[in-house]
Design a protein around this ligand. Structure first.
Ligand code: PLP
Length: 456
């Protein structure tokens, strides 16, 4: 007889993975290399080493090593908030009256409130190991900056965060959490960098953008001795670190002999989804199992579902390497939706390649329906979800309702990436009926695609 499945499947500390899994090792078609924006030649380790820490460059370029050991110091940090629970959503199933079995992996149980801490601690660790003074980064909604400041505080590293000006002004709480952990937080664009001064001169009064903050953070890293730049998503190394999510999920499911049919995650730059699906995708790539894997993105920033698979700049300043990815164009400014963490114009090159090869699907969902799902989930499961995470909830609920119609008892697993306590202005707009669903027109996207760099 099958074991009864508890509400929460916890792993023991000693069951936490001791290596990250690098899905690239099992990909027949590897993600395309990053290119030097000037020469269009693949970026060498030496070139990348000017911007990123050496060990992280090695991880970024490693397409062949399947398992990379997690250093002990990172594992002891992970122990403060990991292993994270895999929850059986019994109450949601009951509410929906669905025969589907729904599970979610909850990554919001740490002060930064999201999965981003899994990579922040790894990146800070390698910077420290290299003897650097500090790291620079950008943050939009603030989750990444918060996670990085926690990691830097733990290791005694300096942390300079360029925060998109509009968030700096509208999200004072996130800003103050970062300062509590000792980070310096600068509103971007700022007069502290050449690129910031140029953008301020060209667009006085601008409220900034993520691409612009990236350019400033990279400049600050390359012009200050002893600093490197770190990025919270998109890059291969970040997906590698986030594989801890998928490895734990798989270990928890295996304990009870559960095999998921559908795996769902929200996709901004692709790091949580890439991490969650990695071990499952590995099995799929090796022909050992099959899963339906679905990326969910906002209809207002639809990189997968309406983007081009092309080389593009990672930043608006056009100083970062070119990455081959599904992109809306680095000039595309998404409308200010309320899932800030999903507002990036591009997508992880690993996930882009997997999607291009038909190994996963993508769907876009509209903002108001996302908040409806968020509220429904909060009322029965108790956790107040981040708007980003609620994209995955929307799709999980939709799939569970389909099961109700067809009578199929599918097992659905989704990533609940974080909590939404700092997003109450968005919830307020939703409750007051003031939330709109902006969807870019084909003309707007075409105008942005026309500016993609020409690479052959
Ligand atoms: C940043 C963030 C995301 C999106 O980023 P990915 O790199 O696509 O995972 C999703 N959920 C939360 C809570 C976030 O903070």
């Amino acid at each position: 007889m099958a074991k009864e499945i508890p509400y929460k499947i916890y792993l023991e500390e000693n069951e936490m993975p001791d290596s990250w899994y690098n899905v690239r090792a099992d990909m027949k078609n590897k993600p395309a290399p990053l290119l030097n924006p000037g020469t269009h030649q693949p970026m060498t380790a030496a070139e990348l080493g000017g911007v990123f820490c050496d060990d992280l460059v090695a991880q970024e370029l490693d397409d062949t090593t399947a398992y990379i050991p997690i250093p002990d110091e990172i594992r002891s940090f992970y122990r403060m908030y990991r292993p994270s629970p895999l929850v059986r959503a019994y109450c949601l199933e009951e509410k929906l009256q669905t025969p589907a079995k729904i599970y979610y992996k909850f990554e919001g149980n740490n002060t930064s409130g999201s999965h981003k801490l899994n990579s922040a601690i790894a990146q800070a660790y390698y910077a420290k190991k290299q003897g650097l003074k500090g790291v620079t980064t950008e943050t939009g909604a603030g989750q990444w900056g918060t996670a990085l400041s926690m990691a830097c505080a733990y290791l005694g590293l300096d942390c300079k965060v360029f925060m998109v000006k509009v968030s700096y002004e509208q999200k004072p709480f996130r800003r103050e959490v970062m300062r509590t952990y000792g980070a310096s937080v600068t509103p971007s664009p700022s007069p502290d960098t050449a690129i910031g001064r140029r953008i301020l001169a060209e667009h006085p009064g601008t409220t900034g953008s993520l691409g612009c903050a990236i350019s400033e953070a990279v400049e600050a890293a390359t012009t200050n001795e002893g600093y490197r730049y770190v990025l919270g998503s998109v890059l291969n190394q970040v997906l590698l670190h986030q594989s801890v999510i998928g490895l734990e999920t798989k270990a928890a499911l295996d304990k009870y002999g559960i095999k998921p049919d559908i795996i769902i995650g929200c996709a901004g730059g692709g790091s949580n989804l890439g991490g969650l699906i990695s071990p499952f995708m590995g099995e799929k790539l090796r022909g050992e199992a099959d899963y339906q894997i679905i990326a969910i993105e906002p209809a207002s920033c639809p990189s997968f579902t309406r983007g081009r698979f092309a080389y593009d700049f990672a930043d608006t300043g056009m100083i970062c390497p070119l990455a081959k990815m599904y992109t809306l164009g680095s000039n595309f400014i998404p409308s200010p939706n309320h899932a800030g963490g999903l507002r990036y114009h591009g997508m992880s090159p690993i996930l882009s390649q997997l999607y291009h090869d038909g190994l996963m699907e993508a769907r876009s969902v509209e903002q108001t329906s996302v908040f409806k799902a968020a509220e429904q989930f909060a009322r029965v499961e108790g956790i107040l979800p981040a708007p980003e995470s609620a994209h995955a909830i929307r799709a999980a609920i939709d799939e569970a309702i389909k099961c109700k119609e067809t009578g199929e008892e599918k097992t659905i697993v989704f990533g609940l990436t974080g909590t939404g306590y700092f997003d109450m202005v968005a919830y307020e707009k939703f409750h007051n009926g003031e939330m709109s669903d902006y969807i870019p027109t084909d003309e707007e996207l075409e105008a942005s695609f026309a500016k993609l760099p020409k690479v052959d």
